[in-house]
Design a protein around this ligand. Structure first.
Ligand code: SF4
Length: 476
């Protein structure tokens, strides 16, 4: 048995895994050490057999060719970086076994989604991704100093995800000085760089509450009593996070006032902005989401449309195609891309050598927006309020699917994922990184191709769409 050096982070695992691969250490022969206390006891050689193992390992290390190099697919490194944050104690052994198999047996192993190791790693990656998503939603900063203004937040994630989530906060709150503490690790942003430090318990965090009061005022103003469903609130804002959410203290009082406020809202037709987060199911899988979206009324589009149209396709798809919204026929049939634009998409997929059954197809907004003209229902572009309200459904789909490549069809999904300044005419077909996927590209919506009056321009756009789909699949 070969005992690894103590491993607590992805970087340490990578260094150790390189060394073990160079030693040709078989996964079944490696015991992964994760407790530094145990390791130091072991290194002192208090047991005869342990001493021999240390000595064997040192001999092996000396005989390892230092310059033995190997490469692994980029996707594996990304997967390993995520899985390293999972709390499952067997993660290092599982990662090493998979690495060993990629290096020595099957370089394309990650493409075999039915493989037990690949499946287990993918499930762990999904759990970590969802936890990062929750951290982004539930962290609340409190001001603890005025000069310079400094904010703190405390959060208890399910997994060790601080280093995955902190860059998001650095981008979002670039101009603030802040620290986020978790029991595992802390992150501090001084407006220029991120520093990581030890974890802290909730009681160690200073409790100046000026930002808390600000947040409470804000929360009370957006609290919508007409939507109150206590069980759903607990799912969306899990009770174990309530201690760190200042607005949670307001909930009993707001609930008490709810009936009177609902009456007032009915009288005045008052409405508050909200998003589809209020309608998320407790189970984050595609079928639960597809069921839950049918109840969504987070914006007015549900009032005139026939039904919500959720995404559809291969649940293990590597490529996800995102359109704008369902059209007239999609609205009637309850399926995405089944009208004329869908037929053109099918034709383009086929010319690109892609079977539609292998991809997943969805829309940015799930209800059809239209104006009635006689018997016809004319498509209307969703506005930013509707796109914002519907975004949680798309984000939930992406966090379940974790695609290798996202293809945005048209301006609406492109701007939703790549920013409002994004222009297809400038950046069509370029592989770009987004929060959801390392390879996101934007191309023409098939409906835009169909609407193009100039025939030669239309066939050029169609060729470009086919080329972009081919690129997407080759990158997946
Ligand atoms: S468009 Fe989206 S947010 Fe609006 S009601 Fe439909 S599903 Fe909900």
């Amino acid at each position: 048995m070969i005992r690894s050096n103590c491993v607590e982070t992805f970087e340490q695992w990578r260094t150790e895994a390189r060394r073990l691969i160079a030693m040709k250490a078989r996964p079944s022969d490696v015991h992964w050490q994760t407790d530094p206390d145990q390791l130091s006891l072991f290194e002192e050689g208090t047991s005869g057999s342990d001493s021999r193992q240390v000595s064997d390992r040192k001999t092996n290390e000396q005989s390892v060719p230092a310059n033995r190099t190997f490469t692994v697919p980029q996707d594996f490194l990304k997967l390993a970086e995520n899985v390293a944050c999972h709390r499952e104690s067997g993660r290092w052994a599982l990662l090493y076994r998979t690495l060993w198999r990629i290096v020595n047996e099957q370089r394309e192993l990650l493409k075999i989604t039915t493989d037990d190791d690949v499946y287990q790693l993918t499930q762990m990656q999904k759990a970590v991704t969802r936890d990062v998503h929750k951290m982004k939603a539930f962290v609340r900063f409190r001001k603890v100093a005025d000069d310079p203004e400094t904010f703190v937040a405390w959060h208890r994630p399910d997994h060790r995800i601080m280093r995955l989530a902190a860059p998001f906060f650095a981008r979002r709150f670039k101009g603030m000085r802040w620290s986020i503490f978790t029991p595992d690790e802390s992150a501090c942003w001084d407006q220029t760089s991120l520093q990581y430090g030890r974890g802290v318990s909730a009681s160690e965090v200073d409790s100046d509450d000026s930002l808390e009061e600000l947040w409470k005022t804000y929360y009370a103003s957006i609290f919508n009593p007409a939507r109150v469903k206590v069980a759903m609130m607990k799912r969306e804002m899990p009770v174990r996070h309530w201690a760190t959410l200042p607005e949670a203290g307001l909930i009993p009082k707001l609930l008490e006032q709810a009936p009177a406020r609902v009456e007032k809202m009915i009288e005045t037709h008052e409405g508050f902005g909200q998003t589809a987060m209020h309608f998320m199911p407790s189970e984050m899988d595609l079928s639960s989401l597809a069921e839950a979206v049918r109840q969504c009324s987070a914006c007015d589009l549900c009032q005139d449309a026939t039904q919500a149209v959720f995404g559809e396709g291969n649940p293990s798809a590597q490529v996800v195609l995102i359109g704008e919204q369902p059209g007239d026929q999609e609205d009637v049939q309850g399926k995405p891309f089944v009208g004329p634009a869908g037929q053109l998409l099918n034709e383009c997929l086929s010319q690109a050598g892609i079977d539609r059954k292998d991809v997943y197809v969805t829309n940015t907004v799930k209800h059809f927006k239209f104006i009635q003209r006689g018997k016809r229902r004319l498509h209307q572009k969703p506005n930013s309020r509707e796109i914002y309200a519907c975004r949680p459904w798309l984000e939930a789909e992406l966090s379940v699917l974790l695609p290798k490549v996202i293809v945005c069809l048209g301006a609406t999904p492109s701007q939703a994922l790549l920013g409002r300044d994004f222009r297809i005419t400038r950046s069509r077909g370029k592989l770009l990184q987004t929060e959801w996927c390392e390879r996101t590209l934007a191309t023409w919506h098939p409906a835009a191709v169909l609407r193009m009056p100039d025939e030669s321009r239309r066939s050029q756009m169609q060729e470009q769409l086919i080329g972009d789909l081919q690129l997407a699949v080759s990158e997946s």
